[in-house]
Design a protein around this ligand. Structure first.
Ligand SMILES: *Cc1c(COP(=O)(O)O)cnc(C)c1O
Length: 488
């Protein structure tokens, strides 16, 4: 028996405007309900590997399917496979959240579908990006003179920064490459042992060789030791290597430690090294006046990355790369094939000249809407509150027998663990892994872990706009209950 497909609209495949209107209103209602009651779902998905795949047809539909079926499958198949970053008790990795103004921005961006590859292909997209990033610069208390562009992730922003640093050496690597060049010394990049793996990936992707990323030891508070940096550079120079870039981090991934950027900049500049500051998570904290000191020394750097999609209430994805040397980025990436020549090209910014990608999503719209809806005061208030919650939680841990803090708490992340007296390091590690798994499996909170100097440590990261004191208290009581159960 053959079934005759019912056309959904006058134009097969697409919806009719009326159908879209009704479906979009319903989707917006769905989002508002979801964000109003995010606690109705378990934070961490309970899906097992393959669950989602096996619930989906292996081949695509031949005939168009009704929207109602898709929405039903969204609830039935997709949602159970979602880990809810919007949940106020999402404390793993670095928590984030999307907010209504950001969601509206995303919706309008999808509606416009502008490809901002050049100024002329949507002047407002390019100009809004420049203006919004200049606002963000001012919000973080940085001086004039930074050129900003939006990328998808900090990983890509850092890759671009190091590509610019390599070109700024003046060794014509863009044209001649690096292979079989006897005139080319080994290029070296330096970061702390606590730096993010995106630095490693950038070094690998740029063909510098992973062995040429030098991890500088940190002090007892997990901050890069400047004198160790100086020694590493001196050793490399003696070997005939060329120090290319130093990448300090403000807000490291494991502990949110802050590398001493002013001293690092001073040393790097002595040796003509590019300084790229990774402040993907912590950068927005500089919007809070009393936390502005975090960016001390950044004015001396060449580039910096900050992620509004982390702690600035903007939906994934939105990372910002700032540089004081946009000319070096252009030197690394600008190309002009005939089909992209435009008559105004010398009077405008064409963002395709500053990186790999030609096509570009209009991401500035959502960030602009977030910054406008919150204002400097609203943003500062939220970020300040998250830091306060982290200090409260740290206090609970500190005063509870058998538990300990494993790192200072400068921002909104707490590193801690259950460490009963006389337990061995191995026993502590397996108890904490078991405590975390118990809490995560319950579905009411989600934490992640790290290792600090080989010591297994839990991490509680606060960054969701809907998190309040009750969520902190609840996860703390779950953790203690899990510890009791695990310790037997
Ligand atoms: C999160 C983070 C990154 C990576 O960010 P992506 O946008 O996921 O690439 C890099 N560095 C630091 C310090 C981070 O916190």
């Amino acid at each position: 028996m053959t079934t005759v497909p019912t056309p959904q609209s006058s134009r097969p495949g697409d919806l009719s405007p009326e159908e879209f209107r009704a479906a979009a209103h319903a989707a917006v209602d769905w989002i508002a309900d979801y964000l109003e009651h995010p606690e109705r779902v378990p934070v961490r998905s309970r899906a097992r590997p393959g669950d989602v795949t096996s619930a989906l047809p292996a081949s695509p539909p031949k005939h168009g399917e009704p929207l109602a079926d898709m929405m039903a499958d969204f609830e039935r198949i997709i949602l159970p496979g979602i880990t809810h970053w919007n949940h106020p008790s999402f404390f793993a990795y670095f928590a984030n959240s999307s907010t209504y103004p950001g969601i509206l921005g995303e919706l309008l961006t999808a509606g416009l579908n502008a490809n901002a590859m050049m100024w002329i292909t949507s002047p407002a997209a390019t100009e809004l990006e420049q203006v919004t990033l200049d606002w963000l610069r001012q919000l973080m208390g940085l001086q004039d003179g930074w050129f900003g562009q939006i990328t998808d992730t900090a990983s890509v922003s850092t890759f671009y920064a190091l590509a610019a640093a390599r070109e700024a050496l003046g060794l014509d690597i863009r044209a001649r490459g690096m292979a079989a060049r006897h005139d080319l010394p080994t290029l070296r990049v330096y970061c702390s042992e606590h730096a993010h793996s995106s630095i490693d990936k950038a070094v690998i992707a740029l063909g510098l060789g992973h062995d040429n990323l030098i991890k500088i030891p940190a002090d007892e508070h997990f901050r890069m030791r400047p004198e160790a940096l100086r020694e590493a550079i001196a050793t490399d120079l003696a070997l005939g290597h060329l120090p290319m870039a130093v990448v300090p981090c403000i807000g490291t991934t494991s502990t949110t430690s802050v590398d001493p950027v002013p001293e690092i900049v001073r040393i790097a500049k002595e040796f003509d090294c590019w300084v790229h500051v990774d402040t993907a998570y912590a950068g927005p904290a500089a919007i809070v006046p009393e936390l502005r000191y975090l960016l001390d020394g950044v004015e001396g750097a060449d580039s910096m990355v900050v992620n509004p999609h982390k702690w600035l209430f903007t939906p994934v994805d939105c990372s910002v790369l700032y540089t004081k040397r946009p000319d070096a980025l252009r030197q690394a990436f600008a190309l002009l094939p005939e089909y992209l020549v435009t008559k105004d090209q010398d009077q405008v910014v064409n963002l395709m000249d500053y990186g790999i990608q030609l096509g570009r999503r209009f991401r500035a719209l959502k960030l602009w809407m977030v910054l406008r809806a919150f204002g400097a005061d609203g943003l500062a208030e939220r970020i300040r509150f998250h830091c306060e919650l982290a200090r409260d939680f740290a206090g609970m841990v500190h005063f509870e027998g058998g538990w300990e803090l494993t790192a200072p708490v400068p921002l909104s992340l707490v590193c801690f663990r259950y460490a009963p007296a006389h337990a061995s390091e191995d026993a502590i590690a397996s108890m904490n892994a078991a405590i975390m798994e118990r809490v995560n499996a319950e579905g009411r909170a989600y934490l992640s872990h790290t290792k600090l100097n080989g010591k297994y440590t839990l991490r509680l990261a606060i960054g969701n706009i809907r998190t309040d004191r009750s969520h902190i208290e609840q996860v703390w009581s779950e953790l203690r209950a899990a510890a009791t159960a695990v310790a037997g």
